[in-house]
Design a protein around this ligand. Structure first.
Ligand code: PEP
Ligand code: MG
Length: 758
């Protein structure tokens, strides 16, 4: 059965569009179960009913597809109950409702299973048969498994950007194209711009179609890539010739044959002549070959698919190397891709990036943090976007609600332009508050600091009137290189930052890699990276890395006493003791070398539940605590901060997280130590009210959020914030808390902070 499912899924994967994919499923399932009919109904979100999208066996009129209301007939019953329905004789069931002319009335045995995704019934997969009998366990298992697999495909398609207009099946595609794409509102704001599709390098499947004017240049580019690949394969063949038996070497000859101008080359060139760019043409041709091979029964031939894929990847990487140079970024670039990476963001020239739409990740992925630091409206987790028609289209992002509109109507465009203008006015008003203290109307002051360290955000940090750097993520200087930076290199970088902010304090965090931040030259393979070797665990195991970094920080602070140092991911008190010992060692070393520096103030990050419970013990040993709420939330709620499947469960306003934060503040103050928070929630206007009420001494956030948070602080008394905190601590779910705070912000006239416009 596994083999059968794999075959069906491979075929589905190779389908040109969704309707072809559905047709393949119904045909193959019907053949496998030897039934008279197999049918798929999918939800039409606009009309709130289910439409027959594909059938093999029922009679349908393509101009008037069968529609079923939830609760209507057997399909409606499956939707309503959300579980399989296996009947010996469908016509005898009280809910049986047959569609005239479909031919259903003669079919008795009925098995319908829901296609469920993220708790929603997206559709129903049914099989029907003339004989009166119950489908057996194996048949039911096959159908349930197919429905589960199909759910992912359908969910993807429901949020698809590039709609294949060549499809002649009106149904699904029209419904999808009319829908707004939904994701997570990850960086607030409205963006209107032009889509630039980004995709992982050398990933053929991810390559979109693009129309080209200059056919001759495109053909030349392709031919260059072909020659380069052929040369590469020849070198490989020679290199391996001495170690490989003769018959195995024929593989390389086969590669070379495929790469000859007459075979693959000709097909790609004629696709380019039809107007597609070389990468898209290559994807299409390779895909065609793969489908043809997949359909063959011969296992040996099917194995050749790997070779074709490999050839495709090699040619593609040469093409991409050649075409990278000509990448164009319009003035208002909206980066859009299945997985937009921090590196892709960094490639956009300064001042051109207007927004980000990523098919994966969540609001707390580092790429979203980077986008926030740049103040660029972002929607994450917008399903898995197939981008064939998105390139160059106009795109609107509502970063408050995570909604994305591709090629919007003129009316929608005008509406969003008006909202964007209001946002600009709001930002200008907030700019005027730049030099005002973050002081509540009843005279309580909170220090507002910036998080920095992510490439291009340093300039902005200096312009927003921050009282210092609450978190400097040192790892970026390590990630951007192909080796560990030397002590001298680090010293130069740290000194620049200390000088730029002096005399305001700068809190530098020691290297915090692992988890989702990997150093190219220190690969870490782990099943559970977020529970593994990360943060302080790595640096304690590598005193060389730790000591070099501390020495660089201390030496940089000569003449700049504004340095503070803090340690990430502390889960044992002993780790802090060891880190402090290293710091003392580094300090006495640099003193011995003649450096005139004092021991800086030292802090510890509270990022794991163990540190919350031991906050007082930790606070006793250091000068300040700083809560890393991004990680603390993921560890308290056991929700991976990067996983879009569980992103709906990740909420820093969860009462358990709020209680933990309050506990840490109480512990720090009981030890007369300062406490700040430097996770993303510090820059969330809703959360900021609660953090104010909890008594945090400082909030540290991305610089783009700082003016907005200053506005919040200046509008809420400490007394009111404390009252609100008490109210929400009695609520039992984060959604209620969020709604309550939204109403409060609205009533205070600050609704412009949580939605587009003012
Ligand atoms: C945090 O976890 O809240 C934090 C500030 O650190 P990072 O996001 O870099 O893990
Ligand atoms: Mg962290």
């Amino acid at each position: 059965m596994l083999k059968l499912q794999r075959r069906i899924l491979q075929e589905v994967d190779a389908a040109q569009d969704m309707s072809e994919a559905l047709q393949i499923v119904v045909k193959r399932v019907r053949e496998a179960l030897e039934t008279q009919a197999c049918t798929i109904y999918l939800k039409d979100a606009k009309q709130h009913d289910y439409v027959l999208m594909a059938t093999d066996g029922l009679k349908v009129n393509p101009d008037d597809p069968i529609r079923v209301q939830p609760g209507q007939g057997l399909v409606g019953l499956v939707v309503q109950r959300g579980e399989p329905l296996n009947l010996e004789s469908a016509p005898s069931h009280p809910d049986f409702f047959f569609h005239p002319d479909s031919g259903e009335e003669r079919l008795h045995a009925y098995l319908g299973v829901p296609i469920s995704y993220n708790r929603q019934v997206l559709g129903v997969l049914t099989v029907q048969e003339e004989e009166q009998r119950r489908f057996d366990v194996a048949e039911e298992a096959l159908l349930v498994t197919m429905a589960a697999q199909l759910a992912g495909v359908v969910a993807k398609a429901s949020a698809q950007v590039g709609v294949d207009s060549s499809s002649d099946t009106a149904g699904l595609h029209e419904q999808i194209s009319a829908q707004v794409l939904k994701g997570l509102g990850s960086v607030p704001g409205v963006a209107i711009g032009t889509a630039v599709v980004v995709y992982p390098p050398a990933n053929l499947k991810a390559v979109p179609d693009k129309t080209v004017e200059d056919i001759a240049t495109e053909i030349a580019l392709f031919e260059e890539a072909l020659v380069a690949t052929r040369d590469e394969v020849k070198v490989l063949k020679e290199r391996i010739a001495t170690h490989l038996p003769e018959q195995e070497q024929t593989l390389f000859d086969a590669y070379l044959a495929m790469l000859s101008g007459h075979s693959l080359g000709n097909e790609v060139v004629s696709e380019i002549r039809a107007g597609n760019w070389a990468q898209g043409a290559l994807r299409k041709v390779i895909k065609g070959h793969i489908s043809a091979f997949e359909a063959m029964e011969d296992d040996y031939i099917r194995e050749r698919i790997t070779d074709i894929k490999d050839i495709g990847r090699r040619v593609l990487s040469h093409l991409q190397a050649g075409q990278k140079k000509v990448a164009q970024y319009p003035e208002q670039t909206i980066l859009i891709g299945d997985e937009v990476t921090a590196a892709a963001l960094a490639e956009v020239p300064e001042g051109h990036l207007a927004g980000v739409v990523s098919g994966s990740g969540s609001s707390n992925s580092h790429v979203a943090i980077l986008a926030r630091a740049l103040g660029v409206p972002t929607a994450m987790s917008v399903a898995n976007i197939t981008l064939s028609e998105a390139e160059g289209q106009e795109v609107i992002i509502d970063g408050y609600h995570g909604q994305v509109y591709i090629a919007p109507s003129e009316k929608l465009r005008r509406q969003f332009l008006a909202l964007a203008k209001q946002e600009e006015e709001l930002d200008a008003d907030l700019e005027a508050l730049r030099d005002m203290p973050a002081e509540t109307p009843d005279g309580h002051c909170v220090a507002l600091c910036v998080n920095t360290g992510l490439a291009a955000d340093a300039g902005l940090s200096l312009t927003v009137g921050a009282e210092g750097v609450g978190l400097y993520r040192t790892e970026m200087a390590f990630i951007a290189r192909d080796h560990f930076p030397t002590e001298e290199q680090q010293k130069v970088i740290y000194k620049q930052l200390l000088a730029a902010f002096a005399p305001r304090p700068v809190i530098m965090r020691t290297l915090d890699v692992g988890g989702d931040k990997e150093l190219p030259y220190l690969p870490i393979q782990e099943d559970n990276p977020f529970l593994g070797w990360r943060g302080i665990r790595i640096t304690l195991d590598h005193p060389d890395i730790m000591l070099v970094q501390m020495r660089a920080m201390l030496r940089a602070s000569e003449g700049y006493p504004n340095l503070r140092i803090m340690f990430p991911m502390i889960s044992h008190v002993s780790e802090l003791d060891e880190a402090l010992r290293f710091l003392r060692q580094a300090h006495s070393e640099v003193i011995e070398e003649g450096c005139q520096v004092n021991m800086p103030l030292v802090g510890v990050m509270i990022e794991v539940p163990a540190a919350v419970y031991q906050a007082r013990l930790l606070a006793r040993r250091v000068d300040f605590l700083s809560i890393g709420s991004n990680d603390l939330t993921q560890y308290i709620l056991a929700v991976d901060r990067n996983n879009s499947r569980v992103a709906n469960l990740y909420d820093a306003l969860h009462p358990a997280v709020l209680m933990a934060l309050q506990e840490v503040v109480t512990c720090a103050h009981a030890e007369n130590k300062q406490v700040s928070i430097c996770g993303e929630m510090a820059g969330d206007p809703l959360a900021a009210i609660l953090l104010l009420g909890m008594g945090f001494d400082a909030l540290s956030m991305n610089s783009a959020s700082l003016p907005r948070i200053r506005w919040v602080i200046r509008n809420f008394t400490l007394v009111h914030a404390k009252e609100l905190l008490q109210q929400v601590l009695h609520m039992d779910n984060p959604l209620m808390i969020r709604r309550h705070l939204e109403t409060v912000l609205d009533q205070a006239g600050l609704g412009g902070l949580i939605r587009a416009g003012r």
